[in-house]
Structures are given as C-alpha cells and as structure tokens.
Design a protein around this ligand. Structure first.
Ligand code: AMP
Ligand code: ZN
Length: 481
C-alpha cells in the first residue's frame, strides 16, 4: 500500500488521501453533457481522472468510480430543439459516441454511470427537504431556488470571501441559467418550471411541471451512490464555481453532513495558445486527430504527459513528440517482457486485477513517487525515461531482477493508461555482419556453460563494434547501439 497525495482545492494544499471507510475510495466525477462530441479539452479532464483512479488502484485502494451523464439541461434541450429531435434521441446518440471515444482512449469504465433523467425522484426529494429546512423557496411560476444566504459556508470552495464577495451581496434577482458567470452571486434554480422552449421535456413535481437545474443532479446522484464514501469529487477547474459550490450547498444543507473531503480540479487545455470551448467551435475531437494519422494512444499521451494542474497548450508538434516517446516505451516493454517470458496482455490484466500489488518498484521508485505525489505524470515519465536510458533498451535482460523491473515498468504504464500494443514502432532494419553474429554465438555458448567472465568479455567486444545483445530466454537478438 502506498500513500497517494493530491492537491485539494478545498484546503488549497496537498493532502494524503485517506478513505472515509476501510480501503474503499468513493470517487465522483462530473461527466459529460451529452449534446455534442466531447472535445480534447473535456478529455484532458476525463483522462486525468482516469489516471487518478488507476494510480489509486495501483497504490492498493479499492476505487468505486461514479461518473454521471448530464442528459437534461439548458444545452441538451436547446440542441434537441434545433435538430427537431426528441431529447432522448439526441442524448443517446452522443452518449454512444462518448463511450466509443472513452474506449479508444483506453479509459476504465466507471462502476456506475447514472443519468440525470433517471434520477428525477431523488432530485425532487432533495428539493423537498431543502424547502422544509428553509434553505429554498418557491417563486410564483413554480420554480424552486436555493437561498445562498441560508448557508453560512457558501463560497468555501471557491473562496468568495477572499474575492470580497459575501452572500449578503447576493443579486436581488435569482438566476435560472444552469451556467453563469464567476462573479455573479445569486440564488440558483433547483427546479425550473416548464417554459414553452422546453417543449415536451418536463416532469411532474409537487411544484408543478418542470425540470431539475443542472447542479442538483450531481448532489442527488453522488449521495445515492456514494453516501457512505464521500471521498473524492472531481471535474475541470471551470466547475469550481458555481457548479461545485452549489452542489456543496444543496447537499450539506439537505443532509447535514460534509459533502466530499477532497476536491480535485484539472486545469484547462488550450489549443495553439487559445481557449477552447464547444460554443466557440474551435475544438478538436479524437476523430479530428485520428484523421491526421495519430492513434488515440498518441493523443492520450499528449493530453496526460503534463501535470494535470498546469494549463497545457496542445499543438500538433506535441503529437509527434508523443509518438516517438511512446515508441521508446514500447521497445522497452517488448524487451523487458521477452527477457523474462511475460506477455503484454496477460501481465496488464494481472496488474489490473491487483495481482502485483506489492510495493516493489526497483529502479522505478522515483517515477512512482512522482506519480503518487499529485499525479505528477511529467515527473513519472521523466523517471521512466531515465531508467530506460541508464539500462539501454533491453538492458533489463542482463539485470538480476529483470522480472521485478518488467512488472514495475508495466504497473506504471497501467497507471498512465497507455495501451502500448497500439503503438506502431518502425525498427530500422540493418543486416548483421557475420563477425558480430559469430561473437554473439560464442557469447551465448559461454553463458550456457556459465563462463560469465568470457561472456562479459564477448559482450564488451560486441558493444565496442557498435552492436548490442538483447537476451531472450531461449536465445538472443542483436541490434545496433
Ligand atoms: P461538459 O461536457 O461541458 O459538462 O464538460 C465535461 C468536463 O470537461 C468538465 O469536467 C469540464 O470542466 C471539462 N472541460 C471543459 N472544457 C475544458 C478544457 N478546455 N480543458 C479541460 N477540461 C475542460
Ligand atoms: Zn457535477
């Protein structure tokens, strides 16, 4: 079991993660709004959550991952109206596309993926309890708003007080939009009465026909699926305010207990130096990148190789760099596996099932320490590449603890989520000179007869001629240095 440290937005400091109960970590991630294909910025956040889950798993925790699908809100309704299609047809289509993209990115599926439209009753119950406790009020049109002044701690997550905003200065008029400005402090809608623009998207409630506000679904579904394990809650940094602030207010007032202890936020992705968003239409999807000839694993590398709390700038150049870095990882993987007779698929499955859960990292200790310290993926990759450089690709064949090295390397690759079997490496083809073949054969025979001094001497001779021996269990390969 290793300690994992994450930066908690709530305390603005790095904290060791401790499950609230037993060994299980409840992790709630705000999922996609299914009205269009998720762009690579959205996936930067989803991928960083995938790395977080994998890292916690490798550290020895039993992670229970919930990620919702926002299938009713202002944006989904607008899209269904524009396309003249029923809301469910639009959201089901984009949900399928999202699942396909997640698979291509080699993301682990959450244990539960609840939909907002399938949890209307739970949301209505939460509103009813807030009305009863005096944290909410109904307006004449049948909408229900959360009263921000009723919750003393409103603003705890986004530090409103530091920005000299207090709830007593809340806007006079309540806000019924799902998304609103960072500086706009207003009572927000939990139940929106039916409007003509909503068409046939409405549900019956004690307050008449209408639909829930966006913030409410995450409160209700997180409580339902993780009520006893409110550990990690995560999303992109744009969700800190108002979405997560509002979730905390609704949930804590309704249940009287703390709503999640660790709040983890991923910084945004810029594209060629600029902000990207669905509304600005300057975003790339996994398909756009595939069309340019890059496999999803290459895009995954480009999106995850920078530390998640730093804004990163996506460029086409970063894909070329990712491609060559992955090629080096794949070669090391192949060499280290064949040296000890292990197979990629079987080893990765075993790691996923927790079969190599011991904490032995050998030369990869530094890389693992970087990863478990606020998911420093850049540091982890740096650590991996320095081992590869030190050992030379295939160096682990000659190492006494070749098995430990192969397993530790692949545990890191699992945590980073790189499916190296998808990486295409073109090996330079060079004819091996007869002289080198003979020296290598002589070395093999020396090794068989356990004449280590002669074997080492022959290896040095081969290396001095610019060639390198890669040992397999049943023979050897040769490649240029
Ligand atoms: P949405 O589908 O708009 O609800 O967003 C899904 C996730 O993507 C949320 O966690 C957002 O915070 C996150 N997100 C949106 N834009 C970006 C971006 N440019 N970079 C990183 N994450 C983003
Ligand atoms: Zn949410």
């Amino acid at each position: 079991m290793s300690e994992v440290i994450l930066h908690n937005t709530l305390s603005r400091s790095s904290e060791p993660i401790a499950p609230s109960k037993g060994n299980r970590i409840g992790m709630y991630c705000c999922g996609p709004t299914v009205y269009a294909q998720a762009h690579i910025g959205n996936f930067r956040t989803f991928l960083s959550q995938d790395v977080m889950r994998r890292t916690l798993q490798i550290a020895g925790y039993n992670v229970f991952h919930v990620r919702n699908l926002t299938d009713v809100d202002d944006k989904t309704i607008k899209r269904s109206r524009e396309e003249g299609k029923p809301l469910s047809e639009v959201t089901e289509h984009w949900t399928e596309v999202f699942h396909r993209d997640c698979q291509r990115f080699n993301m682990l599926a959450p244990q539960v993926e609840p939909k907002a439209t399938e949890h209307i009753q739970e949301q209505i119950e939460m509103i009813a309890s807030l009305l009863k406790k005096g944290n909410a009020y109904q307006t004449e049109d049948g909408s229900v708003y959360f009263k921000v002044t009723s919750f003393d701690e409103y603003g705890r997550l986004s530090r409103l007080k530091e920005r000299e905003l207090t709830t007593t200065e809340a806007d006079e008029s309540p806000n019924d939009a799902d998304e609103y400005d960072r500086e706009s402090l207003a009572d927000f809608a939990m139940w929106k009465s039916r409007k003509p623009d909503d068409g046939d998207v409405y549900w019956e409630s004690p307050w008449g026909e209408g639909r829930p506000g966006w913030h409410l679904e995450c409160s209700a579904m997180a409580m339902k699926y993780l009520g006893n394990h409110l550990d990690i809650h995560s999303g992109g940094e744009d969700l800190i305010f108002p979405h997560h602030e509002n979730e905390i207010a609704q949930s804590e007032c309704s249940c009287g207990t703390r709503f999640f202890r660790y709040w983890i936020h991923c910084a945004h992705l810029l594209v060629e130096g600029g902000k990207m968003s669905k509304s600005l239409n300057n975003f790339y999807t996994i398909d756009d990148i595939a069309e340019k000839g890059f496999a999803p694993v290459v895009l995954r590398y480009a999106l995850t190789s920078g530390a998640y709390r730093q804004t990163i700038n996506f460029t086409m150049d970063s894909l070329h760099a990712a491609q060559s870095a992955l090629g080096r990882l794949r070669r090391f993987s192949e060499d280290s596996l064949s040296a000890v007779g292990l197979k990629w698929g079987a080893l990765m499955k075993a790691i996923q099932k927790g079969k190599h859960a011991d904490d032995s990292w050998g030369p990869f200790q530094k890389a693992w320490d970087a990863l478990r310290t606020d998911l420093n993926t850049a540091g982890a990759l740096g650590g991996i590449f320095s081992v590869i450089k030190e050992q030379g690709s295939g160096g682990s064949r000659n190492s006494q603890n070749a098995t430990e090295i192969a397993i530790a390397f692949h545990k890191l690759i699992f945590a980073l989520g790189y499916d190296l079997s998808e990486v295409v490496v073109e090996k330079p083809k060079t004819e091996t000179p007869e002289e080198i073949k003979e020296l290598a054969q002589a070395r093999w025979e020396a090794k068989q007869s356990k004449d280590w001094a002669a074997a080492d001497d022959l290896r040095d001779q081969i290396q001095s001629k610019g060639w390198k021996i890669l040992d397999r269990q049943d023979g050897f390969d040769l490649e240029t240095l």
